[in-house]
Design a protein around this ligand. Structure first.
Ligand code: NAP
Length: 247
């Protein structure tokens, strides 16, 4: 795959899907800005790993749901590299509870962490990329954002919101050649799904037509495609990466 621009920022690049996105995009020749929030050591060792493999990487720590911090990070990147070609809004967390037991704070904190961060990043990217008349953003949603899920009213709302957000930004970005797309992963093997019990995991595996959880690599390549020149006529789209679990 070919990429017209040189650099990418990946929020939540320290672990899981985000870390694999960094590896894959560095492999395609992009300079990768690895964002972390709490996992500084993981981000640092990923940078070393990418550089040892011949790639280019930089580490940038900030809370992606902090407006001022995200704005400052984008400024730092533009000052260092002269622009920003691509952004992956990947940072996300869960706080699962049945809705009847979910406090407003439980709800709003997940909306803030997952949806507000994608909004801030998309807005800052649109500002920078509009001036360049080029750019691409991928927002990481979830199967749960389309289907809903028991115990995840907060997370599902945040991920459904990301889909609507992506389409709205796609409309605003299109006249300036800035594309916004989303991926909606199903069940992917990362720290986030480690908490599932063996029996629940087996039930899901049985229900997934491809009969396995996805890997971070499965998602990373879908994201790479949506950023690359190979998808230059695709915007406002949702690419499901779920083994056929939801079609
Ligand atoms: P993970 O292994 O738990 O990693 C989460 C990542 O998000 C970490 O790098 C973490 O950084 C970062 N993060 C969390 N809050 C942040 C914040 N406020 N600012 C910056 N970074 C923050 O999760 P994952 O499975 O890779 O998930 C990545 C994305 O995919 C999430 O948006 C998730 O909702 C989505 N997703 C996952 C699955 C799945 O089955 N795993 C399915 C669908 C969608 P630190 O460790 O540095 O704090």
């Amino acid at each position: 795959m070919h990429f017209s621009k040189e650099n990418v920022l990946v929020t939540g690049g320290s672990r899981g899907i985000g870390a694999q996105v960094c590896r894959v995009l560095a492999g395609f020749g992009l300079k990768v800005w690895i964002n972390y929030h709490t996992s500084a050591e993981r981000a640092d060792s990923l940078k070393v790993e990418i550089e040892q493999a011949g790639g280019r990487a930089a580490v940038i720590g900030f809370d992606a749901s902090d407006d001022a911090a995200f704005v400052q990070a984008c400024k730092t990147i533009v000052e260092a590299d002269g622009g920003l070609g691509y952004l992956v809004n990947n940072a996300g967390i869960t706080k699962d509870k049945l809705a009847l037991r979910m406090s407003l704070d439980d709800f709003e904190s997940i909306i803030h962490a997952n949806l507000s961060s994608a909004f801030i990043g998309s807005r800052e990217a649109l500002k920078i990329m509009s001036k360049q008349r080029f750019g691409a953003v991928v927002n990481v949603s979830s199967i749960v954002g389309e289907q809903g899920n028991m115990g995840q009213a907060n997370y599902a709302a945040s991920k459904g919101g990301i889909l609507a957000l992506t389409k709205s930004f796609a409309l605003e970005g299109a006249p300036r050649n800035v594309r916004f797309n989303a991926v909606a992963p199903g069940f992917i093997d990362t720290d986030m799904t480690q908490a599932l019990g063996a029996d629940v995991r087996a039930q899901y595996e049985n229900a997934i037509p491809l009969k396995r959880f996805g890997t971070s690599n499965d998602v990373a390549h879908a994201i790479a495609f949506l950023l690359s020149d190979s998808s230059q006529y695709i915007t406002g789209e949702v690419l499901r990466v779920n083994g056929g679990l939801y079609m």
